[in-house]
Design a protein around this ligand. Structure first.
Ligand code: CU
Length: 322
């Protein structure tokens, strides 16, 4: 957290004096932004030292782009053609950070990524655990349709009073439809109506998040996901069709068939699609990206906590939160 705040403060402080090259000098790297199909970022690998100010000059060779750094709190800056923007970043922790374009500049916008290798003494930390979808052995490439869906939209506010213990581990590993089916078998809950049981599912889902987390999840969804997945998750975003066509054309050329790629985003307005997916499955898709689809991997740009907030937001397309 300390490193994120520090990095952001330095950028903000410099924003007001962007035209006065106080820190940048003749050896300051000039980072060129171009549309991904024209080469993306040049250079695409940068080197910095932990704890040292790292000055960078940004320019665009074609259209308006943006510059952001994943896993930090650095405020994204605009990268406009014909101008040079000075930024200075400071990373407290060594590691490999991904920088990326933050402006939807074209169909391949999300391919505009590069890395900053930050050298320094690595603090001794335990090796990271494998992501939850790996631990739970979920095949995130297989379809997981719900075999039972609600007749009316479940609403957490109308849930019956029932003492049900529900941990994060259960939430992550279970789809709403699986939990509903489990309730149908539990002695204390079988006498509830289907609608009541679905409302209880919605309440337990809402209990795993918070209004602030949903606000962050929604902001990330609008910034990164809506262009393909659609504002309401219907799979009908502005770029959805063009991406599918590009994928089919690429497969036609490579293999003479376009049946090998599933390019269209899922329709989360269909209860069977969203309510059959567990949080760990959705989290895994974001973390790793979708094999054979246009879904990028977001693990390098967003922290685990941010991705869980997006997951929680996705369920609001089917489950009413209070
Ligand atoms: Cu761009």
């Amino acid at each position: 957290m300390k490193q994120e705040t520090l990095a952001r403060l330095v950028v903000l402080a410099l924003a007001g004096v962007a035209s006065i090259p106080l820190i940048s000098g003749p050896h300051t790297p000039l980072l060129h932004a171009r549309l991904a199909e024209e080469g993306g970022w040049t250079p695409d690998v940068l080197h910095a030292e932990a704890g040292e100010p790292f000055a960078l000059r940004l320019t665009s060779d074609d259209v308006l782009h943006g510059f952001g750094v994943g896993h930090t709190d650095i405020e994204p800056v605009l990268v406009a053609p014909g101008t040079v923007t000075d930024v200075t970043l400071t990373f407290d922790q060594p590691g490999t950070y991904t920088y990326y374009c933050t402006v939807w500049c074209g169909l391949n916008h999300w391919r505009m990524r590069g890395i900053i290798v930050v050298e320094g003494e690595t603090p001794s930390t335990a090796p990271p655990e494998p992501p939850l979808y790996v631990q739970l052995a979920i095949d995130i490439d297989a379809p997981h349709p719900a075999d039972v869906t609600p007749a009316v939209r479940p609403d957490a506010a109308n849930a019956p009073d029932a003492a049900v213990e529900f941990s994060f581990e259960q939430y992550a590993a279970t789809s709403p439809a699986q939990l509903f089916a489990e309730f149908s078998r539990q002695p204390g809950l079988k006498d509830l109506t289907d609608a009541q049981r679905w409302n209880l599912v919605a309440a337990l889902w809402a209990g795993q998040t918070s209004p602030a987390a949903l606000v962050e999840g929604e902001a990330i969804f609008r910034q990164e996901c809506a262009a393909c997945h659609g504002q309401l998750g219907g799979g009908d975003g502005l770029y959805a069709e063009a991406l599918a066509e590009a994928g089919e054309a690429a497969m036609d050329e490579l293999a003479g068939t376009h049946d090998m790629m599933i390019q269209a985003p899922p329709d989360w307005q269909d209860p069977a699609v969203l309510l059959g997916a567990s949080p760990a499955l959705l989290h895994g898709k974001m973390l790793r990206g979708g094999m054979g689809t246009g879904m990028p991997m977001w693990g390098a740009l967003y922290t685990d906590a941010q991705l869980w907030n997006v997951v929680a937001y996705l369920y609001t397309f089917q489950l009413n939160s209070p």
